[in-house]
Design a binder for this molecule. Structure first.
Ligand SMILES: [Zn+2]
Length: 294
């Protein structure tokens, strides 16, 4: 919404995985400016909260029945997040949904779990119980109190004030991604599902393609699409992103089948026109993905 055009947002993909983590990897707590949280209204009852420190685009749904929170940002600013949610609505939190296991999305879960159950795809819980290595960080297992207590495999619906909030899983950015669709609000939160794949976390480039295509055909054409670290994009942008990932994945796949090495793929600039400065990095990501042993 505020940050960039959809065509540069693949850059954010790698900010999500590689650069944002560096903030915490450098050891410092986010400073005052980084931990300030701004609030943007997306629909009558859905807001996104954005802190410079994590840039995670936390969604907050408010109703007379209470609040549903999607993602929880970085751990050091969890209390700021709670305060920002309270500033939107004094109602209690009913559910906390995690879109995937990355530290910049689960950090506030322990604090918010004091008030409401944490919900996620089942592999998010499994991965949170293990040490994680994302973006150059080595994190211990998440605290037990932060773990999801409601899990699902393919799909789960939560109801609040008559609003169906539908959680649908895709193996895309990780193997436990959940896309969260606020059906009546006409808003869908993609998490980081279209921003690049975390190979060690079970991400899959064709899963990203599927997430883009299925969500774009599932939601109304005028739905608002929230993407972690990006803000709000349109359904048309989502569809274009799916096409772009598919084109890139098919190009690398064909090159692998011709016996080409990653170095050749890079030298021939197979993805050059698609991703500008990130082409080499993305070629490496897709190559690792498609040659990964199952
Ligand atoms: Zn992520």
């Amino acid at each position: 919404m505020k940050r960039n055009s959809p065509w540069t947002f693949v850059v954010s993909a790698f900010l999500a995985l590689l650069v944002a983590p560096a903030i915490a990897a450098e050891g410092g707590e986010p400073d005052g400016r980084e931990s300030q949280i701004s609030t943007v209204q997306v629909s009558p009852n859905v807001y996104i909260l954005q802190a410079k420190a994590d840039d995670a685009d936390i969604a907050v749904y408010v109703s007379k029945d209470g609040v549903v929170v999607v993602d929880t940002g970085l751990q050091p600013i969890a209390q700021n997040l709670r305060d920002a949610i309270r500033a939107i609505s004094p109602k209690p939190i009913r559910y906390v949904v995690l879109t995937h296991y990355h530290f910049d999305h689960i950090g506030g879960a322990e604090l918010l779990a004091r008030e409401a159950p944490v919900v996620a795809q089942e592999r998010v819980r499994t991965r949170m119980m293990m040490p994680s290595h994302v973006g150059g960080r080595n994190d211990p297992p998440a605290p037990t109190a932060a773990l999801p207590v409601i899990t699902f495999d393919k799909q789960l619906s939560i109801f609040a004030n008559g609003e169906e909030i539908r959680l649908i899983s895709f193996p895309a950015h990780t193997d436990g991604d959940a896309v969260v669709w606020f059906t009546r609000e006409n808003v869908v939160h993609m998490g980081d599902a279209i921003l690049g794949t975390d190979i060690d976390g079970g991400g899959d480039v064709y899963g990203m393609v599927e997430a883009c295509e299925r969500v774009a055909s599932m939601v109304p054409p005028d739905a608002k699409v929230i993407v972690g670290h990006v803000g709000v994009i349109s359904v048309e942008d989502l569809r274009k992103k799916g096409k772009q990932w598919k084109q890139a994945a098919n190009a690398v796949d064909a090159a692998i089948k011709q016996g080409k090495s990653l170095q050749q793929i890079r030298e021939e600039k197979l993805l050059g026109g698609m991703f500008e400065n990130n082409a080499d990095r993305i070629a490496g990501m897709i190559y690792a993905n498609l040659t990964r042993k199952k």
